[in-house]
Design a protein around this ligand. Structure first.
Ligand code: ASP
Length: 455
């Protein structure tokens, strides 16, 4: 078993070590052959003899060798292990490599997306991509640690579920046991996390997979993962404060600087006046150079907006409560365009990196929202009866929020595309990495789920 990463050898001068990794590069000086051996933690120079001539780039090898200090003038300050090199005593080839179809020792931004995603398992060898994926793992670990310390319980919610109205199209899954009926993949765990508040868990979080059939864009895809949070017995400011502590501690722990603390807060009205949008970038050119993160809260959004057909729809989340002073108007369905919601959005460097609200935890509030949107009584019962019923059995006031991990990480790392922080993303045309989905299925499979394809 491999029990040492390459970055650890700096402290092992004078010792014999066993290393495993990939041949990053080879320099053949006739009698001596130098290679750089790479693993996910870095590279180290190996000095070998004749038998190293057979090696090619990206071969996987085992080396036993002596760690030696490099003479002062041969130190390479560009790599972590630049003060040492390994004098090879034994070499084993564990996996040969053909010439790669794409270079992996560059940043990779100039390589065609289709090629990068077809060979994603190679593309991920690129140090930038390896780093991004490792930082993603770190971010999630820090979130888990912080929230667990604060009394949050991590709970999984179903992936096969019923359609949630979160403003996107659902991905549907046909049921084999109930032909003609469908599950929907969750756009978010919104309803389940609220039901967990009824259940009495009080503080919930989940690193939740969410699936929305959206037209894909640089900062939006079919699948994303969110840090999903819900808490009971809170008001708007409590959730914002809890979240601000979370975000601050996590990004600072990752080594990034925040422009302003506490995060500035701006109303939707002011934001539209000042920036012409509800997300904005407060960084100076200097901040941008230094990788500063400029977070801000946006609050006081209108609850509803007009639809093309003259009705009303929600702007953010139908499960939100209005701000307390608009509660009466909501129940009476008056001044609909003027009702403000308890929604809060977190903005960073021009992106929306999170958002949530205090929820309407009384059945009549939720009922009124759906009535304003033009749902008929039976339809409300059919679609949301389970929520209305749950709210009749002692549901505490509650609220929460969610952060799209990809959006957050892409902002922190100053990447332009979501796919730069996802191990196996979809292409912009909606094809999976490496495996070629969506793909056709056999007639038998279709028959089993009771479907027929219309030509
Ligand atoms: N469900 C919301 C979303 O996915 C977040 C929330 O309000 O908690 O955007």
């Amino acid at each position: 078993m491999k029990n040492m990463f390459i970055e650890e050898i700096v402290g092992k001068v004078g010792e014999e070590v066993e290393l495993y990794g990939w041949v990053d590069s080879k320099r053949d000086h006739k009698k001596i052959v130098f290679i750089d051996l790479r693993d996910r933690t870095g590279v180290v120079q190996i000095v070998g003899g004749e038998e190293f001539k057979q090696l090619s780039s990206e071969d996987v090898i085992y080396i036993k060798g002596l760690v030696k200090k490099r003479p002062e003038k041969l130190v390479n300050p560009k790599i972590k292990t630049g003060t040492v090199e390994i004098e090879a005593k034994e070499l084993k080839i564990l996996g040969k490599s053909k010439v790669l179809p794409l270079p992996v020792n560059t940043e990779g931004y100039d390589i065609d997306e289709e090629v990068r995603l077809k060979y994603r398992y190679l593309d991920l060898r690129r140090p930038r991509m390896t780093r991004n994926i490792i930082l993603r793992s770190k971010l999630i670990r820090l979130v888990r640690e912080h929230l667990t310390k604060k009394g949050f319980i991590e709970i999984e919610t179903p992936l096969l579920t019923k359609s949630t109205p979160e403003g996107s199209r659902d991905f549907l899954v046909p049921s084999r046991l109930h032909p003609g009926k469908f599950y929907a993949l969750p756009q978010s765990p919104q309803q389940y996390k609220q039901l967990l508040m009824t259940a009495g868990f009080e503080r919930y979080f989940q690193i939740a997979r969410c699936i929305r059939d959206e037209d894909s864009r640089a900062d939006r895809g079919f699948e994303h993962t969110q840090i999903d949070i819900e808490m009971s017995f809170v008001e708007r400011e409590d959730v914002m404060k809890m979240d601000e502590e979370l975000i601050t501690s996590v990004v600072e722990e990752m080594g990034y600087k925040i422009k302003q603390k506490p995060f500035p807060m701006i109303t939707y009205q002011e934001s539209m006046k000042k920036y012409g949008a509800d997300k904005f970038d407060m960084r100076t050119e200097e901040d941008k150079k230094n990788g500063i993160l400029a977070f801000a809260w946006v609050i006081d959004f209108p609850f509803f907006e007009k639809t093309d057909t003259g009705g009303w729809t929600f702007t953010h989340n139908p499960f939100s409560a209005p701000l307390p002073k608009y509660k009466e108007q909501l129940l009476k369905k008056e001044n609909i365009g003027g009702i403000l919601t308890s929604q809060y959005d977190l903005v960073c460097n021009g992106y929306e990196v999170g958002g949530g609200s205090i929820r309407g935890h009384e059945p009549q509030t939720l009922q009124a929202v759906f009535e304003i949107m033009g749902y008929k009584k039976e339809e409300i019962v059919q679609k949301f009866g389970h929520m209305l019923e749950a709210f009749e059995y002692g549901t505490p006031p509650h609220g929460g929020l969610a952060h799209g991990i990809e959006r957050l990480l892409m902002t922190i790392l100053n990447e332009k595309y979501l796919r730069e922080v996802v191990a196996f993303p979809m292409t912009s045309g909606g094809h999976t990495s490496v495996m070629d989905a969506p793909s056709e299925v056999s007639d038998d499979q279709l028959k089993e789920v009771g479907l027929k394809i219309r030509k």
